[in-house]
Write a protein that binds this ligand. Structure first.
Ligand SMILES: [Zn+2]
Length: 347
């Protein structure tokens, strides 16, 4: 095993990861051992799907179990995060590391375990979802905008040609656009009513999303001459704004909500300290993240800091008891505007 692939940083020394994996491999020699371990554990957790009894046992060398009471045979992994998983070793390895307070990023683990990066990422997201779901209703929520500085990676929600941080604005508008409109609705309504039909068309086009002059002309089948005055008027009325490179966008006064200054928040000194620590952790360990999965990374941060809750066997137990997490569920997840933040200790 080589340690050079793990860059040393202040958040979990490379040697610790290598040592932990060596220990893991001495306990779980191969995939079959891993699979048997999980299936036997599952047999103790599952209930019979027919009579709901807990008197079930695993069928020898099988992924099925039989109910000693009613004889029903069912799959052990069905309805858990291990459903349909062919190789369980990578799951166990990542669980093992997380339970030992060793944070890793998927690129490191993909290099180290020789598993496809996409597979590592999928497992990482599943495991962090299990932790994330346990965060609900446990702690007060804080604004996701506090984490803006580390939104450096794109996701499928990142608007085309924009910085990953633009996702924060999208998330904000999704929730607040109605409020924003209601607040100034009279004002805006008045202005909109005074527009000519053509001006209105230009406005609706820009309202649909940031757009450049060429596209406006193309979509309206108009000339520069046609749109110049309407654009000036809309800008003058404070409905739209002109951006560099002949782009136009809806005038948006919500930017002040996008950059939340941690110091200015009404949080305790302790909480602020923990958020700062988390920002540093996410930046150093993951080299920035996408906004979409912020809550998953906050879950990992909780696991990493809360050694009492997330000690050996804790995450595995949570996984055994979790319900199935589909690829679709992960793909369509989006971190809400307010996030759950738990800091576990003084790591
Ligand atoms: Zn039964």
């Amino acid at each position: 095993m080589s340690s050079e692939r793990f860059a040393h940083d202040q958040f979990g020394c490379a040697n610790d990861v290598v040592l932990a994996l060596t220990k893991f491999e001495s306990k779980f020699a191969d995939e079959q051992t891993c699979m048997n371990y999980v299936l036997n554990k599952l047999a103790k957790e599952v209930r019979c799907k027919e009579c709901q009894g807990s008197n079930v046992r695993r069928l020898a060398r099988s992924r099925d179990c039989i109910c000693n009471d009613c004889g029903t045979i069912s799959s052990l992994t069905a309805g858990t995060i291990f459903n349909g998983v062919r190789k369980i070793g990578p799951y166990l390895k990542m669980i093992w590391l997380l339970e030992r307070g060793l944070a890793f990023n998927c690129f490191q683990i993909h290099k180290h375990l020789g598993i496809a990066y996409s597979t590592c990422l999928a497992i990482f997201k599943k495991l962090s979802t299990v932790i994330k779901d346990l965060m609900e209703n446990r702690e007060k929520k804080i604004g996701s905008a506090l984490f803006m500085p580390i939104f450096m990676k794109r996701s499928r929600l990142t608007p085309l040609n924009e910085h990953p941080q633009a996702e924060q604005k999208m998330a904000y508008l999704k929730v607040n656009v109605k409020d924003e409109f209601n607040k100034s609705s009279e004002d805006v309504e008045l202005k909109l009513n005074s527009l000519s039909d053509f001006d209105r068309k230009v406005y609706e086009l820009i309202r649909a999303g940031k757009i450049d002059l060429d596209n406006i002309l193309q979509k309206l089948e108009a000339t520069v001459h046609d749109v110049m005055l309407p654009l000036f008027e809309l800008e003058d009325a404070g409905l739209i704004e002109r951006l560099p490179a002949n782009y136009f966008a809806l005038k948006d006064n919500s930017n002040s909500h996008l950059h939340q200054n941690l110091d200015a928040q009404p949080y305790s000194h302790k909480l602020k300290k923990h958020v700062s620590k988390c920002l540093l952790f996410l930046r150093e360990k993951f080299r920035g993240i996408s906004r979409k999965y912020l809550q998953n990374y906050l879950a990992v941060f909780w696991c990493w800091t809360d050694r009492k809750t997330w000690g050996p066997n804790s995450l595995l137990r949570a996984c055994l008891r979790s319900s199935e997490i589909s690829y679709h569920q992960i793909l369509t997840y989006e971190t809400p505007l307010d996030v759950n933040f738990i800091f576990g200790g003084d790591k």
